[in-house]
Design a protein around this ligand. Structure first.
Ligand SMILES: [Zn+2]
Length: 358
């Protein structure tokens, strides 16, 4: 593993209250992790004005061939958040060249991020999808769920109820990757399965990464960093384990009719997008392959919690190429609700066009 492409900030973001690793290894707090500073960071005011979180959006339903797809919001939060103590533009675009980044921010109407950084804020949606195939009722990612550590989030179950979907009806949960905002909603506040009748599908590569101590240590060489990055998933894994089904994401095989993984490694080492097809129509669910429309316009810019920058760059370009070539409908987990759009080729990069399904 090429450590030069590792990202120190990713190590600090997902800080669990308690985890198997901390229990096993007695890792203390975050002193080591917090000593890691992004190069060139400006002083960041921790006491910056909190931004009110918007209410969860009402469920949004659309047809995809014979499938019915419902975007169900887990809520939204605003960056910056505790634990990501960098200027907003460096949280979102960690490795963007400074001059180019500043120009792009000003051109896109975000000059205030630079001029008044203490007030800079960007809302980040969390939008799982429910796909009714007629045979299966599938939930793609689970949000932060009832034990949500961020105000304004944790609203998935309420959104499902508003959509007329009972948690017990979900028969398949599919994870794009194992970061906390995608997996924690798989358990309720007591730590029991929130979707008890569902098989829980995860890419083998992603599961292997988080559970293979040797590989994990290659990516996160210090124990505190490992603790920060992996604790939440590992802490809920025992609850999921009896219903967990690992899928070989490189087999290009459907794990249920009309649904398969597309490996887009980088954000995490086993991160996968999901391709859904019915009746000749396709939906490309991109998870966190990009988290902001400016990552589409600048596919070589990485989000600060991306784990493997160089691999992410390659995956992102491949994914965006595919979406643009095929004119696919795209759903991105963190762009404004319901996260639907299309990708257009634009010079040697791409453009995100918010779109409603046709
Ligand atoms: Zn995410």
């Amino acid at each position: 593993m090429d450590r030069s492409s590792m990202n120190p900030t990713a190590r600090r973001f997902f800080r669990p209250e308690l985890s198997r690793r901390s229990l096993l290894r007695g890792v203390a707090g975050s002193a080591a992790a917090s000593a890691i500073a992004a190069p060139g960071r400006r002083a960041f005011a921790q006491e910056s004005t909190p931004v009110a979180s918007p209410a969860a959006a009402a469920p949004y339903r659309f047809e995809l061939g014979a499938f019915s797809v419902t975007a169900v919001s887990d809520g939204a939060f605003a960056f910056p958040i505790p634990g990501l103590d960098a200027p907003l533009e460096r949280i979102l675009f960690a490795d963007a060249p400074t001059d180019e980044l500043e120009g792009v921010l000003r051109e896109s109407g975000r000059g205030a991020w630079l001029d008044a950084p203490e007030r800079a804020s960007e809302t980040v949606a969390i939008t799982p999808l429910v796909i009714d195939t007629g045979t299966n009722l599938v939930l793609i990612d689970t949000g932060l769920g009832p034990s949500a550590p961020l105000p304004g989030t944790g609203r998935l179950l309420a959104s499902l109820e508003a959509a007329g979907i009972a948690a017990g009806e979900i028969d398949t949960v599919v994870f794009t990757h194992a970061h906390v905002d995608h997996v924690l909603g798989a358990v309720d506040a007591a730590g029991a399965l929130a979707f008890p009748n569902a098989r829980h599908v995860m890419a083998k590569g992603e599961h292997d990464f988080w559970t293979n101590d040797e590989r994990f240590a290659q990516i996160f060489p210090d124990a505190a960093a490992a603790e920060s990055a992996g604790g939440v998933f590992l802490s809920i894994l025992p609850a999921i384990q009896p219903r967990l089904e690992l899928v070989d994401e490189n087999a290009a095989a459907e794990f249920l009719a009309g649904m398969r993984y597309l490996p887009t490694y980088g954000h995490t080492p086993g991160h996968c997008s999901v391709v859904v097809g019915s009746g000749g129509e396709h939906l490309l669910i991109t998870g966190d392959a990009f988290v902001h429309p400016l990552h589409v316009a600048h596919p070589d810019w990485n989000f600060s919690t991306d784990t493997l920058y160089a691999q992410g760059d390659v995956s992102r370009r491949g994914l965006l190429d595919l979406a643009a070539d095929e004119g696919m409908l795209v759903q991105a987990y963190h762009v404004p609700f319901p996260g639907l759009g299309r990708i257009a080729a634009d010079g040697d990069a791409f453009r995100w066009d918010t779109a409603a399904p046709e």
